[in-house]
Write a protein that binds this ligand. Structure first.
Ligand SMILES: [Zn+2]
Length: 158
């Protein structure tokens, strides 16, 4: 980030959000900037800058729910559907993820193909922390569960 020259200014909040304080907002209250000649939400520009190009049809979402936050650690990629689900989840019932991480036949809810998907997807996005959050949301498991899967601590037989 330090290499990136720009006139933007932000404050760091208690929750470690990097909250933009001198940026114009769009109608949905998201900060927007001109980046590579296009007007876009700043979170997309940050993602592009830090992690590389955003795959088609994916959105940059906030794990912290702070629209003005540009901390790359708080950003993750998702579809429009994830975006909606995420808003619903945050708005209505912010519950702890169910314990679906067990691999014993009685309690296991993740399928073998889910485990394979998680490992492949995690690798694809260069093992970044935000991606772990995204996967945890997608499969409704904890982030530590994702860690255990991608480090082969659990589901070793796959
Ligand atoms: Zn944040």
């Amino acid at each position: 980030m330090s290499k990136h020259k720009r006139p933007l200014n932000w404050i760091i909040t208690e929750k470690e959000c990097h909250e933009i304080i001198n940026c114009k907002l769009n109608n949905s209250q998201y900060p927007r900037i001109i980046y590579k000649g296009m007007v876009m939400n700043i979170s997309r520009a940050i993602w592009d800058q830090v992690y590389g190009p955003i795959p088609p049809r994916l959105y940059v979402l906030h794990s912290c729910d702070n629209k003005k936050c540009i901390n790359p650690e708080h950003l993750f990629l998702g579809t429009q559907e994830d975006n909606m689900n995420d808003m619903i989840r945050k708005g209505r019932h912010r519950t702890r993820p169910a314990n679906r991480c067990g691999e014993n036949s009685g309690t296991a809810k993740l399928k073998n193909e889910d485990v394979l998907f998680i490992r492949k997807h995690y690798k694809l996005y260069n093992y970044n922390h935000s991606n772990k959050f995204q996967l945890a949301l997608k499969f409704n498991v904890s982030k530590s569960c994702i860690t255990q899967i991608v480090t082969h601590t659990r589901w070793k037989h796959i």
